[in-house]
Design a protein around this ligand. Structure first.
Ligand code: CUA
Length: 178
């Protein structure tokens, strides 16, 4: 074969490999996109997901304002802005009235934590930059323990908080509800 023919064959061969490499690149990018998409979809906490700047939650906004940590928003309705941080919860204790519908808005200034109120279905993953929202009505007055159930560092096993449900005075509150 002459030099021309050889050159042509080499070129075809190279083009084949270039096409193969590009094909693999597209496939890998697609796989990465698919995985990321799945992960992002998987970690969105319960219901509404608001965004917040984790570097600023301790200096501005409702989590930094003592007057807004536990707010009465309507008769029988409260919103609690709680922080899960390494290694504790704020406010601590959290105080809410018995029988009120409580909306917890929880975020983290550092790493992923958990927010689980023992003896209740409240159990959310708290991700820096996102706000976990969970609603609950405490029928039983008393003290509950708040625990972190996501490994968050050396102090993870010491990360506890207290939640106190203050007995409602006056109007009767229906049974335990549990
Ligand atoms: Cu916070 Cu484990």
């Amino acid at each position: 074969m002459d030099e021309h023919e050889l050159h042509r064959r080499v070129l075809t061969y190279e083009r084949g490999w270039i096409a193969f490499a590009l094909g693999m690149l597209v496939l890998f990018l697609a796989l990465i996109g698919y995985t990321l998409g799945g992960q992002l979809a998987g970690v969105v906490p319960h219901g509404e997901a608001e965004r917040v700047d984790p570097a600023r939650v301790r200096v501005e906004g409702p989590w930094a304002d003592p007057a807004r940590l536990v707010v009465k928003t309507a008769p029988g309705r409260y919103t609690v802005h709680a922080l899960a941080f390494a290694f504790g919860f704020q406010p601590n204790p959290i105080e809410v009235p018995q029988g009120a519908e409580v909306t917890f808005k929880i975020t983290s200034p550092d790493v992923i934590h958990g927010f689980h109120v023992e003896g209740t279905p409240i159990n959310v993953e708290v991700i820096p930059g996102r706000v976990a929202v969970v609603r609950f009505t405490f029928r039983r007055a008393g003290e509950y323990r708040v625990v972190c159930n996501q490994y968050c560092g050396l102090g993870h096993h010491t990360m506890f908080g207290r939640l106190i449900v203050v007995p409602s005075q006056g109007e009767a509150v229906e049974g335990d509800g549990r």
